[in-house]
Design a protein around this ligand. Structure first.
Ligand code: NDP
Length: 449
């Protein structure tokens, strides 16, 4: 066995890299992790966590209005301080960054706060020029926002910068209609901005069930969010007063105060030296890996968004855990990618697991679909004309629930529990045998007709 500096060198201390480092160290490996920015990665530092906190903050806009119907004396003009929320969220990010760092240190993982690149199958080079060797290298460097190369694109921001804004702009244009676009459309709208969401096609949230997406579109339009479809980005002009005029193919130009790109995320493989070790990339620039997270170089593995399999934090964590257990724990483990639940923290949120109705119809012989389209009790008393929609997709022959999709208050919280039943392969009858928990929104799941 050659005498390496480490058993494992991890590049990237995000969700996948942190989990892999900690678990490999717990299995007895000598581990170092290089991180060029902050321990925690996209999810903790500039993604899921601060976004969810902004979603909570944004929701008070409606809650405060609704509170009056529940007897609370709320002044007509409630003041909102963006800087208070922003700074509190950034403090929480700092706390988590410290907690993640402490966890790694308490597991005796050496944290190297520098960029590292691959310089051979068992060697990395740090930004200061130091070379380190390792028996195995794990690439967990994540992805970055894709920004169109149109003229003036530098005047736009991405979600990375959204957490640090000085103020909430009056008019915001968001390019894209996926997760980030719809989540930030809700956030900016609730904070009082006029939001225009534009997309190159006429589809929002491709991949989600059609009825659920349509409901989000209807509710968002009713709230006052504007949508422009089949609108390709042509460029941005910045005027002396700071306003941004966005030129769109097939639409009149739009003038706003902020442009945010939310047009997908690309793997962070550029300049990583992967070619020096024969690590192959796919056409999207993602590291090609097998079911065991192993790249085309046997000593180099990759997990998380850099592999562009499923760009979700809990999946990266599972991949990191499976890698560490398999390679250092003597427990060969593979991630099961079936029935991964996901959610969009829009206003209202939506969530889904398993096949959409159209996927089921294309895959299965016969399909039965059950829906519940209802106005949540709280919305009724609040005079809020916003309806929730739950959809259950079943195999028509066996009655097995193959998909569950919902939009409405707390949909992600409800779906996480229901996803266990879908993953376990339960049938509609088995759902129905469970007594309803009344009064709740979740009870609709066992009362579907
Ligand atoms: P998404 O893939 O969700 O959406 C991208 C959007 O941009 C789509 O509307 C797509 O249009 C459009 N688009 C893609 N490429 C281009 C292009 N070249 N020019 C113009 N428009 C384009 O990406 P996001 O950026 O919203 O999020 C990135 C990933 O991060 C998500 O896929 C998700 O995995 C993860 N994420 C998860 C969250 C969660 O779990 N709640 C929250 C935020 C992010 P069309 O579909 O019409 O082709």
């Amino acid at each position: 066995m050659p005498d390496y500096d480490y058993d494992l060198f991890v590049i990237g201390a995000g969700s996948g890299g942190t989990r892999a480092s900690r678990v490999a160290a717990a299995h007895g490996a000598r581990v170092a992790v290089a991180e060029e920015y902050r321990v925690g990665g996209t999810c903790v530092i500039r993604g899921c966590v601060p976004k969810k906190l902004l979603v909570y903050g944004a929701h008070f806009a409606e809650d405060l209005k609704d509170a009056r119907r529940f007897g609370w004396q709320v002044p007509d003009e409630c003041e909102f301080s963006w800087t208070t929320l922003r700074d509190n969220v950034l403090s929480e990010v700092d706390r988590l960054n410290t907690a993640y760092t402490n966890t790694l240190e308490s597991h005796h993982v050496e944290i190297i706060p520098q960029r590292a690149t691959v310089s051979g199958p068992n060697e990395v080079t740090l930004a200061d020029g130091t070379r380190k060797t390792a028996g195995k290298i794990l690439i967990a460097v994540g992805a970055h926002p894709a920004v169109p190369t149109c003229p003036g694109h530098e005047h736009g921001i991405t979600s990375n910068e959204a957490f640090h804004l000085d103020a909430i702009p009056k008019r915001v244009l968001i390019a894209g209609a996926g997760y980030i676009a719809n989540e930030f459309a809700g956030i900016f709208h609730q904070f009082g901005a006029h939001v225009i969401l534009i997309n190159r096609t006429d589809v929002i949230l491709r991949g989600y069930d059609e009825s659920i997406r349509d409901r989000l579109l209807q509710v968002s339009l009713a709230k006052g969010i504007e949508f422009k479809f089949n609108a390709a980005f042509q460029g941005i002009d910045k005027s002396d007063d700071g306003c941004l005029t966005v030129k769109l193919k097939g639409h009149e130009p739009v003038t706003v105060d902020l442009v945010m790109f939310a047009t997908g995320r690309l793997p962070n493989t550029r300049g990583l030296g992967l070619e020096s070790a024969g690590v192959e990339l796919d056409e999207a620039g993602a590291i090609k890996v097998d079911d065991d997270n192993q790249s085309t170089c046997p000593s180099i593995y990759a997990v998380g968004d850099v592999t562009n399999r499923v760009q979700l934090t809990p999946v990266a964590i599972r991949e990191g855990q499976a890698f560490a257990d398999s390679v250092f724990g003597g427990k060969p483990t593979r991630v099961d990618y079936g029935c991964i639940p996901s959610a969009v923290f829009s206003h209202p949120p939506m969530a889904g697991v398993g096949m959409t109705e159209s996927q089921a119809k294309q895959t299965l012989g016969s399909v039965r679909v059950y829906t519940s389209d209802f106005r949540p009790m709280k919305n009724v008393l609040a005079n809020r004309n916003e309806r929730a929609l739950y959809k259950m997709v079943c195999d028509g022959d066996s009655g097995r629930v193959v998909g569950l999709h919902m939009i409405g208050p707390d949909a992600p919280e409800i779906l996480q529990a229901a996803a266990i039943a879908v993953k376990a392969g339960l049938t509609k009858d088995q759902f129905d045998q469970t007594v309803a928990l009344h009064p709740s929104m979740a009870e609709e799941l066992v009362l579907l007709r």
